[in-house]
Design a protein around this ligand. Structure first.
Ligand code: RBF
Length: 334
């Protein structure tokens, strides 16, 4: 009887090793992938790792633009109990995760572009967007004061945002403004709000009125609504600088700079560490230019052709100061 039991146990061990439980990952997109580099790149990072890792699978769940539904949608996803890891990206997600996590103590979460320390089931990594804002603002200021045809003498630059949120109000916008004022302290930053992350018509109207008031460069951080800003800038002979993704191809003579987040690589690397049992759950990390996760795309042909050398030289000096640690930006507490 004992031998029979042992044989059965051995057979069971064999079966479980051959049919090892697959590792399932869900990507929770708080919005939609299309037209939002930050979300599309997160999903691409997970998909790439899963395609390279036998015994893993991924489901991408798009929660849409109605933020009032996100908590319920995330709770339903977690409640299936199917996923070993839920990967998401957004500074507002840590609060939702904190609400949900106590009811599902086995669920692990990885949140990029967010910050939460102290929950052993949650790992977060925030970008140093003080740096990203500063570099982009410094570049926008240099463009606005340059010899380019579309630049005017007014010291006015614009920022069009989807909505107000702490990372924007405490980190990105102040960083951008600081960069502008490093070019000339008399610069004024004109901030306008679309009210959502998709209304390109509204964003176009805002851009039009800003250009009419003397703005010559706009940074749109408003998701797919940015299309309205790009089109208006093209029609007005003005300029756009971008955050998050490589957007040059959308309008090569209009979009003159992109300070990107390497979100695909960041998501890939952190999930890989989790699968290897090495991700420090419970901690909140910050990454920036020095780590290679934020980059101003200074090798792009549009940038090299369209932007005057005098601008490029000044900008590159600032970038190398940041990379060497000579110029440092601390992310303020949220
Ligand atoms: N950024 C996007 O590109 N698309 C979005 O749909 C989007 N939705 C957001 C919703 C909330 C509630 C918050 C707080 C931020 C959102 N962001 C979105 C901004 C994003 O997290 C990030 O700050 C910017 O993409 C700049 O890197």
């Amino acid at each position: 009887m004992k031998r029979f039991l042992l044989m059965n146990l051995a057979a069971l061990a064999l079966v479980t090793s051959v049919f090892a439980k697959p590792i399932k990952v869900a990507v929770f997109v708080p919005g939609v992938r299309e037209g939002n580099a930050i979300y599309n790149d997160m999903a691409k990072g997970v998909e790439k790792l899963v395609s390279e890792t036998p015994g893993t699978s991924v489901k991408v769940y798009e929660a849409g633009f109605n933020q009032a539904e996100w908590e319920e949608k995330l709770t339903s996803l977690v409640a299936t109990g199917e996923y070993d890891y839920i990967v998401t990206s957004n500074p507002s997600l840590p609060d939702l995760i904190s609400k949900i996590s106590p009811s599902f103590p086995k669920q692990k979460f990885i949140c990029v572009d967010g910050q939460l320390a102290g929950n052993p089931n949650v790992y977060t990594v925030l970008y140093n967007q003080s740096e990203q804002g500063y570099v982009t603002g410094y570049f926008a200021g240099l463009l606005s004061t340059s010899t380019l045809n579309g630049s005017n003498p007014e010291k006015k630059v614009g920022l069009i945002i989807g909505q107000h949120y702490p990372v924007m109000d405490k980190i990105i916008a102040p960083g951008f403004e600081q960069g502008l004022k490093a070019v000339d302290p008399s610069f004024q930053l004109d901030i306008r709000v679309v009210g959502n992350w998709f209304d390109a018509t509204k964003a176009a109207e805002l851009a039009k009125s800003m250009f009419a008031s003397g703005v010559d460069v706009i940074l749109p951080i408003c998701g797919s609504a940015s299309e309205g800003v790009v089109k208006t800038a093209q029609n007005s002979g003005k300029y756009v600088v971008f955050f998050d993704g490589d957007e040059f191809a959308r309008a090569p003579k209009t979009i003159l700079g992109c300070t990107v987040l390497h979100q695909e690589e960041l998501t890939y690397n952190k999930l890989k560490l989790a699968l290897e049992g090495k991700l420090p759950f419970g901690s909140a990390e910050v990454v920036g230019m020095k780590d290679g996760y934020i980059e101003f795309l200074d090798k792009n042909p549009t940038y090299l052709q369209e932007v005057p050398a005098s601008v490029r030289i000044k900008l590159e000096a600032v970038i190398s100061q940041i990379k060497s640690g000579k110029l440092q930006f601390k992310v303020p507490n949220l």
